[in-house]
Design a protein around this ligand. Structure first.
Ligand code: GTP
Ligand code: MG
Length: 453
């Protein structure tokens, strides 16, 4: 049950419902606001000061990604921009791929503290096959967005003191060839342009002549446009900076020179690069666009770069990620869909899917059991058949053996009978033989003249 204020009156409507009603209340509350004049000082005109004090107290953070081939003067430019010396050791350049090196620093100017992170693309452009060079950059940028999203989605969030590592500006260093952009530059910038504010700069601009530089700048911009690469445009909607930003947009890409060396020019020490034929003054706008870059990047548009990162690039990442996870703002009929409803719908969808999967698995299990059962029955039947076959074989064998045994027994009996008969005959023969011998012995005794054989 809700009380909805009626626009332009002090009446309230009593209504019920959920998200739709809440949205309606919010709409009516803002639309129904009336303009009133104050009859005395209240004090909320101090809000801007409160904001400034709070921000100064908290400090600021700014993260810069430097992308560019080896030795284009990235580290020197960072040192020159922030008037300090950041990293000491030169980066290795014999790596199989591009790797990301992030270093954080605490800087202070007057009472303002700045947590600055400089992210370097070590080994960019060093490989023979440069196809995958952009990948580690994209992965790094996405990983910072993901970390922020995870913090946002936590129940206990600590976003007020969260160390924001999202990249606010990408300085893309273009080699001062004077010709055109390399395909590596175009591919990398195209892959990065929806994720980060790209500010293209022509590095080591002291190595290119004034006329060539103008042509080179025009060529670069036309190539970026024809390849649909979106670079960061200094905002012109805030009238306090619209003019300067509008002018500076026309100077892009900035042609810069970096140097930490200080040389005495007149009676002033100045950052410069000295050559046998002359001196290039880094902060002289007739020599290069270094000052323009510093003004645009740090003094005028640092906050806009941070804001663009949050409202444009991070928002895009967040939207894609949440859509990927199945969240949406409207239902198929284009009606608003609250997070609660999305959650319920997703939960029901998930439960439905789970039940479907369970049912599928159950059916699969029953089918498998049936299959196994029939397999086992088949095997059992085969075993029975085999047993029967073996049993019959055994019986046949047994019968054969018995028959054979019987015939052998018969043979043995017949043999025994024959043997007995033979023995009888033999003893009879022996008997008659010995009787004859006796008879002959007797005859010889009676007649000694009978000769013996
Ligand atoms: P890696 O980190 O090794 O990729 O190099 P890098 O891009 O950081 O370049 P680094 O700042 O180390 O500069 C490389 C060389 O270029 C050094 O000798 C610098 O003095 C020189 N250098 C830097 N900036 C400029 C410039 O604007 N013009 C000229 N001519 N030389 C420069
Ligand atoms: Mg370096």
């Amino acid at each position: 049950m809700y009380l909805v204020p009626v626009a332009g009156s002090r009446d309230f409507l009593v209504t019920s419902g959920s998200t739709m009603a809440a949205a309606e209340i919010a709409r009516q509350m803002t639309e129904g606001a009336r303009n009133l004049s104050l009859s005395g000082h209240v004090g909320f005109d101090g809000m801007p000061d409160q904001l400034v004090n709070k921000s100064v107290c908290q400090g600021f953070c700014f993260n810069i990604l430097c992308v560019g081939e080896t030795g284009l003067g990235k580290s020197t430019l960072m040192d020159t921009l922030f008037n300090t010396r950041f990293e000491g050791d030169p980066s290795p350049h014999n790596q199989p791929g591009v790797h990301i090196k992030s270093s954080s620093y605490e800087l202070q100017e007057s009472s303002v503290r700045l947590k600055l992170s400089i992210v370097n693309s070590v080994g960019f452009g060093d490989q023979i096959n440069k196809e995958e060079s952009y990948k580690s950059l994209v992965e790094f940028i996405d990983a910072q967005f993901e970390a922020y999203l995870q913090e946002e989605l936590k129940i206990k969030r600590t976003l007020h003191n969260y160390h924001d590592s999202r990249i606010h500006a990408c300085l893309y260093f273009i080699a001062p060839t004077g010709h055109s952009l390399k395909s590596l530059d175009l591919v990398t910038m195209k892959k990065l342009d929806s994720k980060v504010n790209i500010i293209p700069i022509i590095a080591k601009a002291d190595s290119i002549s004034k006329n060539e530089l103008q042509k080179f700048k025009i060529k670069i911009m036309s190539e970026l446009v024809s390849n649909g690469v979106q670079i960061y445009q200094f905002p012109t909607d805030d009238e306090t900076v619209a003019e300067i930003n509008g002018t500076m947009n026309a100077h892009l890409p900035f042609a810069v020179v970096g140097s930490t060396e200080e040389i005495k020019i007149g009676n002033k020490m100045m950052k410069a690069r000295q050559y046998p034929w002359g001196t290039v003054q880094v902060e002289n706008e007739n020599h290069c666009d270094f000052v323009k870059l510093r003004e645009m990047l740090i003094r005028v548009n640092m906050e806009d770069l941070r804001e663009q990162t949050h409202t444009r690039h991070y928002e895009l990442y967040r939207r894609c990620k949440l859509e990927e996870m199945g969240f949406k703002d409207t239902d198929p009929d284009n009606k608003p869909f609250s997070l609660q409803e999305t959650y319920e719908a997703k939960r029901n969808e998930f439960l439905g899917e789970l039940q479907k999967k369970e049912e599928e698995m159950r059916q699969m299990f029953v089918m498998r059991v049936k299959e196994k059962e029939s397999e086992l029955k088949e095997a059992e039947k085969e075993l029975h058949d085999k047993f029967d076959r073996l049993k019959k074989l055994h019986q046949d064998e047994k019968k054969k053996l018995e028959d054979k045994k019987k015939s052998l027994d018969d043979e043995i009996n017949a043999f025994k009978q024959r043997k007995t008969a033979a023995e009888l005959l033999q003893s009879q023969a022996q008997q008659s033989g010995s009787q004859q011998t006796l008879k002959r012995e007797k005859e010889r005794k009676n007649n000694p003249w009978l000769c013996t054989e």
